[in-house]
Design a protein around this ligand. Sequence first.
Ligand code: ATP
Ligand code: MG
Length: 354
Amino acid sequence: MKIAVLPGDGIGPEIVAQATKVLEALRSDGLKIEMEHAYIGGAGYDAAGDPLPEATLKLAQESDAVLLGAVGGYQYDNLPRPMRPEQGLLRIRKGLGLFANLRPALLYPELASASTLKPEVVSGLDIMILRELTGDIYFGQPRGIRTLENGERQGFDTMHYSESEIRRVAHVGFQIAMKRGKKLCSVDKANVLDTSMFWREIVTEVAKEYPQVELSHMYVDNAAMQLVRAPKQFDVILTGNIFGDILSDEASMLTGSIGMLPSASLDINNKGMYEPSHGSAPDIAGKDIANPLATILSAAMMLRYTFNDEANATRIENAVKRALAQGYRTGDIYTEGTKKIGCNAMGDAVVAAL
Ligand code: ATP
Ligand code: MG
């Protein structure tokens, strides 16, 4: 199994180094993997004048999975749009055909006090948000800013979803629900949007192939409220690109720190790209204080979803739990009475706990 390792910018190199350290430890214990590094984002622009150098895309396409840090930094803010680091990310997602973005929101009992919600509301929280990545208002044409007949200017976008786009992500959602609590809540705005009415129709149709999974539907405004009112009612949430973007950020706060949240983006064959949910955090880059656990947990998701290696995935997750139980904390999750350590030391603590 080959993994393309793309550290990227900001804290990317520091946090990815901790995840590869954990993977190396498993490799010396028999896990058959091979890792190769390449540049992406600002690092790609610096090295090759392109946020997604050709060699990087080629490596990613030849590999079974991609482990990514994060992209972006202040020094790239004034580049023309095609040269910006974020374009590298959008292009690699497209180049790999990634359409299903999985973001778990799981509360580690040790971090209950870091949540914004009361312990009884979040204790035991374990939900999976599945966000469609290729359709919706983000990519619909036409879009732009135009001048109307009356001379007023108007901004506009187009929202659409094709049947095949909805179908393939719905299948992923039901398959994940089968491996979890067998409940799937599809989130839309079918009372207002035709795109959503269609979404609901197709998801309901796909559900017939998964009779063991209990399907429900919820409007996105209600879902946003329910996520903070009673988040444990959810198991898998399936939703489109823009609603998923917003709801997954909201859900991330239930679990304490963005530094704890992994993510996976899958293609039709479960080949995937794995990265923390947070960004490149340029404000803390190079200081050895970033939390590497989201990236380490992303490596665990890689083993589970692409390599079908549930045993080693669980092994990593248990090692993270053990390191937390031993009291180790990076600054973002530190509370009184725990042991504050740096990024590198946290990587070591997880390896030791393996
Ligand atoms: P992006 O647009 O790439 O998602 P962003 O603007 O949302 O980036 P982040 O880079 O995610 O921002 O950072 C948001 C805040 O969270 C910053 O203050 C950053 O320092 C903090 N942060 C992000 N990731 C981590 C981490 N792994 N450990 C500690 N703090 C983090
Ligand atoms: Mg962000």
